[in-house]
Each structure stands twice: as structure tokens, then as C-alpha cells.
Write a protein of this length. Structure first.
Length: 254
């Protein structure tokens, strides 16, 4: 299915609706694609005796070819499972290595129970002429007591390929207001009193003070910061999402 920029985010005060010059540019659109690779024999009969690697992602049109390359590189890096040896490789190459690693593992330990898998969904959260925000939601298992999962963001200008950061949206000096809003929402989501110690509730922050991390993206409703498993708390506590509505930041929006 093909999607066009106009259907992704209505013109709102937070993001520019575009100048007359911008309106003459080719509309940005995307189609959802899926890449999947399985170990020899496939996974149809028994997913506990195979491996598969699958990524669902948007493929864009209406933008410069160099920007398309940048987006692809960012997505490829996001689905590399954090393996430094995979840097610069395409998702197809990463998938083949994943399957080969499983085959090598089964050759060495044929009695090992359980298959491997990696799945990722790359979602378009916001798409305008000045901002493309993607969320990468992945889930994987490569043996052990449990698998893993994560949420990561890619933010850039779809016309230039340059990173889109908080500084592009908010006026200088926003840090204190943004952190204060994030702290309030974090404590509400975790049912913590305003004066409760974070460390005594098993959350790890420097000097026991709430901090926003660098893993953020932009949604229609606001700016989202995501803390993955183990980042600030034990695995059992799960991840934490902090969504700060634009309404609370209107005084800081450029």
C-alpha cells in the first residue's frame, strides 16, 4: 500500500505546512516492504528448529536519491542487533549472517533446543516536508532464558537527509522545561510520588535524578523518549515510554 505525506500528519502549529516553494516539490510517499530470510528448510513446519530474520520497512519515493540512501543506511544500522561487525552492511547481508550464525551454532551443538528469530517493524511516526521520524520496534531470540526487544528512533529531514533534533524544534534553553515535564510523566507512568527516591524504587539515574535519554522520536501527539530493558531498571521492570505532549511545550516551540 502506498502512503502520501498529506495523510500522515495534518498541518499543525508544531510542524510547518510548507511555503509556496515547498508546495512545488514532488510529494513524498512510501510503500511498506518486507524482507525475510529463513534457514535451510524453512520455518513452516517447526519454528523451534529453524532461524528467520524479518524486517518490515517503508520504501520512500519523491525524495532525493542521496537522502534515500541515508534513510536506508540508518534503517540497516538499526536492525543490526548492535553488532559492530555489521556496520555498513545491508539488512539483507545482516540477515544472511544471522542465519549462518544459527546454522554454525546448530552444527556445533545439534542437541540445542529452540530456534532463533529476529523481527523488526520500522514505522513512520511523522512525515512532513521537514521531518521524518521513524520508530524501529524489534524483537529477537538467540537462545538463553529469554529473548530481547527494543524501540529505537530515526529522525531526519527528508529533503536534505540531515538529522532532525530537539534543537530544530525547540527554542534554546528548553532543557530544564523538557526534563521537568518528562520527570512528571515518568513518575506518573511508574506510579511514583513526586518526592519518591528513584534508586529506592530500582531505577538507576545519575545522582538519583531523572534524566531524559537520547533515544527519542516525534509522534503526532508529542515527543517520545523510550527507555529500553536494562537501561534504567532490571529486566523485570520492563521498558518505559515517556510521551511529552506538544501542548506542554508550546512556549518552547520555535
Amino acid at each position: 500500500m502506498k502512503y502520501f505525506v498529506g495523510f500522515i500528519l495534518p498541518c499543525v502549529v508544531i510542524f510547518s505546512c510548507g511555503s509556496p516553494k515547498e508546495e512545488k516539490e514532488t510529494p513524498i510517499s512510501f510503500e511498506t516492504k518486507t524482507f525475510r530470510i529463513e534457514s535451510q528448510g524453512g520455518c513452516k513446519s517447526d519454528t523451534l528448529a529453524c532461524a528467520y530474520f524479518e524486517v518490515t520497512y517503508p520504501e520512500f519515493s519523491g525524495i532525493d536519491s542521496m537522502v534515500t540512501k541515508v534513510i536506508k543506511q540508518r534503517i540497516d544500522a538499526a536492525v543490526s542487533l548492535g553488532n559492530p561487525e555489521s556496520q555498513g552492511l545491508s539488512m539483507q547481508e545482516i540477515g544472511r549472517i544471522f542465519i549462518q550464525d544459527y546454522d554454525d551454532f546448530k552444527s556445533e551443538i545439534p542437541e540445542a533446543f529452540g530456534g532463533w528469530h529476529y523481527t523488526a517493524n520500522v514505522n513512520v511516526e511523522v512525515l512532513t516536508d521537514s521531518l521524518l521520524s521513524l520508530s524501529v520496534n524489534d524483537e529477537y531470540y538467540t537462545g538463553g532464558a529469554h529473548g530481547g526487544s527494543g524501540v529505537y528512533f530515526i529522525n531526519l529531514n527528508p529533503r536534505t537527509g540531515a538529522d532532525f533534533t530537539l534543537d530544530n524544534l525547540l527554542k534554546p534553553g528548553y532543557n530544564e522545561a523538557l526534563t521537568s515535564a518528562g520527570n512528571k510523566i515518568f513518575r506518573q507512568s511508574r506510579q511514583l510520588a513526586d518526592t519518591a527516591s528513584l534508586s529506592e524504587n530500582y531505577f538507576e539515574f545519575p545522582e538519583d535524578k531523572f534524566e531524559l535519554n537520547k533515544n527519542y522520536g516525534f509522534k503526532k501527539e508529542g515527543i517520545v523518549f523510550f527507555y529500553n530493558n536494562y537501561e534504567i531498571a532490571p529486566y523485570a521492570a520492563g521498558p518505559t515510554e515517556v510521551l511529552i505532549p506538544y501542548e506542554e511545550l508550546k512556549a518552547w516551540v520555535k
